[in-house]
Design a protein. Structure first.
Length: 302
């Protein structure tokens, strides 16, 4: 008897539409310094824009969470989401403040790979939120972190070869993604804090009156001067943990997902009623009394 095929947790059309919406607004929220011309009103209120987008992202992430709760995520999937989010939140403080060593990222890569992009987005966002509550890191940057981590984990679920790739090839694929995505996460988060500095802070801070090429050069210099070493540490840590612990964690996640059978529909059917008096004595039942038994059938999804 062959093992059942393992499917990622599927999302309905409304959940996918909500993910597209929050991602589109997130692109604007992160990239507005390069999207808004210097003469626009948004650039004139550069110090207020991050707060505006932070409040907007809170509402949009809440919309996504509500939409996901109405989709195909059943109680078992929600329970696994809570366990993985709690585990990731507990891993984040380990090594925090030391050369970018953040073990949480490798767990997000592996979880997104096994459970799919929709589950991955929810897991990344919830993990960052739980971690902020655990470490006291709540602030206007939190919605940006939640969105960026949601993208980070969702990207792992969008990698090719969802079923065929196994073994060393899959480990190398995930390690390569983790390395590049760790730098992408740091760069995106730099966009969230960079406009706060103000043009008077230094020559590498955001200038609302400068041209896009000038601000782009400032931003590249800002990333190189402030976060390049930290991002490198995060990327190397993610690669090492993915290659060292990836096989065992992937097997555990796939085994738990297979046993949970997220897409299995459970129905309860009453057995057919026997004619009056038939085999009643042999079963210790009174004639005409329905047996106190429920038949359980499982209808596995394709």
């Amino acid at each position: 008897m062959s093992a059942p095929r393992l499917h990622a947790v599927r999302l309905g059309p409304r959940a996918l539409a909500a993910l597209v919406l929050v991602s589109a607004v997130g692109v604007v929220a992160f990239g507005w310094p390069f999207l808004a011309p210097p003469s626009s009103g948004l650039s004139a209120h550069a110090q207020d824009a991050p707060w505006l987008f932070a409040g907007l992202l809170v509402l949009l992430v809440a919309v996504v969470a509500a939409t996901l709760s109405e989709s195909d995520l059943g109680p078992k999937a929600v329970a696994m989401l809570g366990v993985l989010a709690a585990t990731g939140a507990a891993l984040r403080p380990i090594g925090a403040g030391t050369a970018g060593i953040e073990p949480m990222f490798f767990l997000m890569v592996l979880s997104g790979r096994v459970l799919g992009p929709g589950f991955g987005f929810a897991l990344g966002s919830e993990t960052m939120f739980a971690s902020a509550l655990l470490t006291g890191g709540v602030g206007p940057w939190l919605p940006f972190q939640m969105l960026a981590m949601g993208w980070f984990t969702m990207g792992a679920g969008l990698l090719p070869w969802p079923v065929r790739a196994r073994g060393r090839a899959e480990q190398v694929l995930l390690a390569g993604y983790g390395f590049l995505a760790a730098f992408a996460y740091g760069t995106i988060m730099n966009l969230a804090g960079w406009p706060f500095l103000g043009a008077a802070a230094s020559d590498i801070s955001f200038d609302a009156h400068a041209s896009v090429p000038s601000n782009l050069a400032r931003f590249v210099a800002y990333c190189a001067a402030t976060s390049l070493g930290w991002d490198l540490g995060r990327a190397v840590c993610t690669v090492v943990l993915t290659l060292a612990l990836g096989p065992a964690v992937l097997r555990a996640l796939r085994r738990a997902t297979r046993r949970a059978a997220f897409e299995t529909t459970v129905t309860f059917d009453r057995p057919e009623r026997r004619p009056l008096g038939e085999d009643a004595a042999s079963h210790g039942e009174r004639a005409g009394e329905a047996p106190h038994m429920t038949q359980v059938t499982y209808d596995a999804g394709s």
